[in-house]
Design a protein around this ligand. Structure first.
Ligand SMILES: Cc1cc2nc3c(=O)[nH]c(=O)nc-3n(C[C@H](O)[C@H](O)[C@H](O)COP(=O)(O)OP(=O)(O)OC[C@H]3O[C@@H](n4cnc5c(N)ncnc54)[C@H](O)[C@@H]3O)c2cc1C
Length: 588
């Protein structure tokens, strides 16, 4: 089914269906009392329902790239995808579509050094975290080679993509990293198909005709609809078939997958290998509780695919995989709301991309009413910090024993409310219909997602009445914060945090508004440990035979993150996993 059919499917029923699917898989794999026994004594089915050389789990950018590469290397390929075809919205599809395309004139050795610094910082004398010394050298080499082919790989799937928009360009994020100058490691906005400029802006991205598609929608379309369905019909996809567990021989070799299809368990034989590409754990309650700093469930938000519940991470753990920097997250702070079953019941909020975190007539304050950072960092692509802002937001106030910035509050005035939607209407969960939003923000105000008051004092009282504020808000401090910020606007200089002047404008026209902001963002990055071949490693650093991983589930970016890295690694690492899986001799 294609995008035109999607119009007929209610967003609400999709959310419900997807949620039940996600919760079902989770319950099946996490809570089953048989799960432990299975780990110790793997069940090898007498009869297989499906078989292929390479079985890929998850059809995002990483899974699609792995499937294409394995197919082109001569393997038969079967993809299991949890979501239904008509409403299949992976993180890849919901994304901004930005990826890296370094200048081929750059120095290759410098590129390896720059990439290594991003991945683990091993070659930076002052770095303090991001360890993956056992894999980083080879991984940086592999990545530096693969990244040069990303744009060509996309164009080979979809020649109608806009070549000019994908030309090498942009600036690398980290001038302090080795190789920055010589590597010419830019990034480029993947602006989509060649008629993108003619797109009807009132149509959601996923309903636009192919040649006017852009962002992650175009990235997904090129790989899945064109690369797989049109160009390689031999690659079989089973939608609505969530994988539940891996079938392993006693020696650890992975030989198949147990999945659920049409309400029953099916056994899928993988003659050569399984590639895990099920994305991150953004919507897994137990994993968020286990891995994220502070209140991981209620106090964090993500704004991508609700189906990403860490299923592959769990399958890997059961199969003996080592974990690596699981709490790493490409994150900042974003608005989030309790909305839709079962997310609300589970205590999870659905996040969405904010369009107002560093625009005039707004400030961000903590629960006491104090600004704590230059708000422009959250969106400023000219500085390297924006995907690390979450670390500021989860800072623990030791003396008061409180995460005083969870949630934070976007305070804004009537000028901003009337001027623009305060969330991104094109991509992310609003763009894909998971969260309702009206352009004038009134819908959110009426739902109580945005508080409104005629004065700042009244706004402070309303914030204080919200249980998540834990009665910390101080009306005088909030009024003083806004007064001070407005004086900086008049001065043209933020004397407290040095916010970029062009992003400043006074918060002065009543009524005033407050919207909660949580640490979070597009995706998690930590998960399974995997080497440069993309073989999943056990706790001794040895590859688990016939098991590969690519994408968010085992992101290579463990130290820091440059925007566009995740989509880039989907192709680089997905291809690497698919290629290596296809190379193996079949076991049966
Ligand atoms: C709003 C937004 C904007 C972003 N913008 C950018 C950007 O501009 N540039 C960039 O580089 N990155 C961006 N990212 C991040 C990037 O999109 C993701 O990190 C990347 O797409 C992940 O790809 P993936 O293939 O690993 O996972 P996904 O694309 O999420 O695919 C995982 C797939 O696995 C399926 N699945 C889950 N569990 C199972 C199971 N048990 N069995 C079978 N299938 C399963 C899911 O349904 C899904 O289809 C953005 C993310 C979001 C949400």
């Amino acid at each position: 089914m294609h995008a035109s059919d999607e119009k007929r499917i209610s967003r609400r029923s999709f959310i419900k269906g997807s949620a039940i699917g996600a919760a079902g898989v989770f319950a099946g794999s996490m809570l089953s009392p048989g799960a432990k026994a299975q780990q110790a004594d793997p069940r090898i089915p007498q009869k297989w329902d499906y078989e292929a050389d390479v079985v890929v789990l998850g059809l995002g950018g990483a899974g699609a790239s792995a499937a294409i590469e394995a197919h082109d290397s001569g393997a038969s390929v079967l993809v299991l995808e949890k979501q239904a075809e008509a409403t299949h919205f992976s993180n890849t599809r919901m994304s901004g579509g930005v990826f890296h395309n370094p200048d081929p004139a750059g120095d290759r050795k410098a590129l390896v050094e720059y990439v290594k610094a991003m991945m683990c910082g091993k070659n930076i004398p002052w770095k303090l975290e991001g360890e993956q010394p056992h894999v980083s050298d080879a991984m940086a080499e592999m990545y530096a080679e693969g990244v040069m082919e990303v744009a060509d790989f996309l164009l080979a799937q979809a020649p109608d993509l806009d070549r000019k928009g994908m030309a090498p360009g942009g600036k690398a994020s980290f001038p302090m990293f080795p190789g920055f100058e010589e590597a010419k490691y830019g990034r480029t906005v993947f602006c989509g198909y060649k008629d993108l400029a003619k797109a009807d802006p009132n149509l959601p991205l996923y309903e636009r005709p192919r040649l006017t598609k852009g962002s992650g929608e175009a990235f997904h379309w090129a790989l899945v609809e064109e690369g797989i369905k049109t160009k390689r019909p031999g690659i079989k996809i089973l939608y609505e078939t969530p994988a539940k567990s891996l079938v392993q021989r006693p020696n650890g070799e992975v030989i198949g997958v147990i999945a659920t299809k049409d309400g029953r368990e099916v056994a899928v034989k993988a003659k050569k290998a399984v590639v895990l590409a099920t994305g991150g754990f953004e919507y897994s309650v137990p994993m968020r509780r286990a891995f994220l700093e502070g209140p991981g469930v209620k106090g964090w938000c993500y704004y991508g695919a609700l189906a990403n519940t860490g299923d592959g991470i769990l399958m890997g753990i059961v199969a003996g995989a080592a974990l690596s920097k699981v709490a790493k997250s490409a994150s900042r702070i974003e608005p989030a709301f309790p909305y839709g079953e079962p997310w609300e019941k589970l205590g999870l909020k659905i996040g969405t991309m904010s369009a107002a975190t560093s625009v005039p007539h707004s400030v961000i304050v903590d629960n006491f009413g104090e600004r704590y950072a230059d708000e422009h960092i959250i969106t400023d692509s000219t500085r390297p910090y924006r995907y690390q802002f979450y670390k500021e937001a989860v800072k623990y106030d030791m003396l008061n024993m409180v995460y005083s910035r969870v949630p934070s509050w976007l305070i804004f005035d009537e000028t901003l409310r009337a001027e623009r939607p305060v969330v991104n209407m094109n991509i992310s969960t609003v763009g894909y219909g998971f969260l309702p939003w009206s352009r004038d923000n009134m819908d959110a105000i009426n739902r109580g997602w945005i508080l409104r008051a005629d004065s700042l004092e009244e706004l402070a009282q309303k914030i204080q009445a919200d249980p998540e504020n834990r009665q910390l808000m101080d009306a005088d401090r909030l009024a003083e914060t806004v007064r001070r910020f407005n004086s900086y606007c008049a001065l043209g200089k933020d004397e407290q945090f040095n916010r970029t002047p062009s992003t400043m404008g006074p918060v002065e026209k009543p009524p005033f508004y407050a919207m909660k902001m949580y640490p979070g963002g597009p995706n998690t990055k930590g998960g399974l440990d995997a080497n440069a071949d993309r073989s999943v490693l056990d706790w001794n650093g040895n590859p688990i035979p016939r098991l590969f991983a690519a994408g968010e589930i085992a992101s290579v970016f463990k130290f820091t993150y440059q925007a566009g890295g995740n989509l880039t690694e989907c192709i680089v690492c997905g291809r690497q996993a698919g290629r290596n899986a296809a190379k193996l001799a079949p076991w049966g």
